[in-house]
Every structure is written in C-alpha cells, then in structure tokens.
Design a protein around this ligand. Sequence first.
Ligand code: GLY
Length: 393
Amino acid sequence: MKWIEIEKIEKKPEISSEGVEAALNLAAAQVIRNLPEFTDRFQKAYSENGFYEGTENRDWTTGFWTGEIWLAYEQTLAPELKRAGEIQMQSFLDRIENKIDVETHDLGFLYSPSCVAGYKLTGSQVGRKAALMAAKELITRFHEKGEFIQAWGPLNAPDNYRLIIDCLLNLPLLYWATEETGDQRYRDVAEKHIHTALANVIRPDFSTWHTFFFNMETGRPDHGATCQGYRDGSAWARGQAWGVYGTAVGYKYTKRESYIPVFKGVTRYFLEHLPEDLVPFWDLEFGDGDDQPRDSSSASIAACGMLEMAKYLPEKEAAYYTGIAKRLVKAVADHYAVKDFSKSNGIVLHSTYSNHSPYNTCNHYGVDECNIWGDYFYMEALTRLHKDWNIYW
Ligand code: GLY
C-alpha cells in the first residue's frame, strides 16, 4: 500500500488535551533551554545531525525562531522569553532599516511571527514599526502587469518572473498593515496576488504547482515548474501544505466563498497522499515503501491550516477538519518530536528543506533534519489546540 485510504485517517487516534499540554510544555522547555545561545543570534534554517547552529539575522527563516520564543512566552509567561523576543525585534528593525537581505517576498515569513506577534502580545512599537516597514518593502515586489508578487531574485529577472505557492503565507503581513494604517494599498496587492496565485498554481485535481512563471511582455500566465518538488508534475508536500494554510488565511481575510472549495480540494489531495503514519514524504508522489525522506513540517503546517479554516465552517465540517488536525499533530508529537534534548536542540525531527532530485532545480540541504519552520508550526498547532489563539499571521 502506498497511501492511506482517506476514510482510515478518521480511525487514527487524536491527541488529547493532556497530550497537547505536555507536548507544548516540552517544546517551550526546549526553547528556554536554547535562549543563552540564541538570543543575540538566531537558529539556522535547518539542523545538522539534529543540532542547529547560530546565524545572523539573514535568510527567510529567522522569524520562525522568534515566533517560537513568542509561542513559548504565551505558554509560560517566562520573563526571559519576553526579553529575548524584544532583543530579536530590534534586530528585525535594524534589518529592514538597513535593507539587509530583504530582496525577497518572504518578508511575511520573517516579520509576522516575530514583529507582528511581538506587537500583538506586548504592544511593542519596535515590532509595529519594523513590520510596517517590511510590508512597505514587500509591495515593491508587486508586478502590475501580471498582478503578482515576484518571489525571488532581483525584480524583473527573466529567470525569476514568477510567483510561488509559499507566498500565500506572506500576504497576512499586508492585510495586517492595512488594518493597522488604513492604507488600502497593502490589501489591494494581497487580493490581486492571491487571485492570480490561486488561478494558476492549483491544478484541476487540486494538486499544486510550486512555482508559476508569467510572460514578461504581456504579464499573462506562462507555465508551472517545480523548484523543491521531485518533478514538475508532482506535488511538493510543503507546497501543498502552504496551499492548505494559504487558502485558509486567504479566506480569513477576504471571506471570499470561492476559496472554500479550493481549501477543501487541496486539503483532500494532501490527505489522500499521506502514508499510514500520517506524516508525508517530502513529495506527495512518494508513500509507504519508498526509500525517501519525510517532511514532518508539512503535517504541522497543514494542521494549522485546517484549524484556522475550521473557525469559518459549519459545525460538522469544522469538527471534521479539527479532528484530522488533532490526528496529524498526534502523529508528529508521538513519533517525530524530540524527547531527549541530548540528541537535538530542535523540536521536531525528520523534516526536509530542499531535496535535490534529477528533475528539480534546488540545492540539497536540510534533508531529514529539524527545520526551523517545522518546529514553529508544530508549536503553533499545539497552541491552537490548547487555547483560543490570537493569530500572528
Ligand atoms: N518557503 C520555502 C520553503 O518552504 O522551503
């Protein structure tokens, strides 16, 4: 058997409220344990042999570490976490003021779990200022012609005239900026981008393209291609998970009814391609019996998306998605989360960042390791199950 039958997923055990609390306390303890090394520095995107090294505030991923600090703070109210979060928000302000490594659409991934979170939790004006500056920077990447935010590289670079599905999680920063300032430009860009993205990255069977190119002359959609998936026609597990969470947050901010069937379709495709233990392989092409690494982060991201969407669905559907999310989180908590801190300074093992294949264009790193967003979204999913959480996105 390659993938689990979708009906069988409902027969798997859900995480209990005691299980949620214990897992969240364990994760928060790991965050606190890491503070001496990672307050002035950040955890890198991925671990090596289970251990993260420190990094300056560079790359698209440092916001997740600060996000873990805020989630641990919500759980414990430990003052040292608040202090660390404040130090890190100052680093994010310096980064955007000095435009250090901000030529990317990933400003939402960077500034929502760090600075929007810190502002929402503590009223920090440093966090508010930094996040608003990041939103202003992000909309400079919007192409009027194709109506999309360019993901990577210098603007108008012919080999990068494309959007990627991951960007759906960068859009909440823009909705937040409009709510905060009243300036509609941010929301307008987000609405146009999500419309273009969903019109192109979702295939008829609800699998998803990782990236989608546009014609530079006309702005018209051109073709889909993978970067981190196994091959062009397959569904990269994390891309599909970004699709689950991205349509849920898209619905949260727009309440556009047409996004509900998209959410259901991409979620169903994701669930139909899970292995028996409910934690996907790095590309949904693979299943039980394949000698390929997992991407545990995708299970947590998809669970967060289902828990978000459950807030807006009728009771029976909400219960269905909440139940599935609880099963995914239990699978990660029981079999993938770090239990012995001497073996890893991360929180969740067996995640995959970028697995090179003969058919894709990505470099090879962070394979079958902890990935910083895998740790973050696992904690977010647990927090969502623990209480009525005020979203950072
Ligand atoms: N957003 C890049 C990734 O998910 O690897």
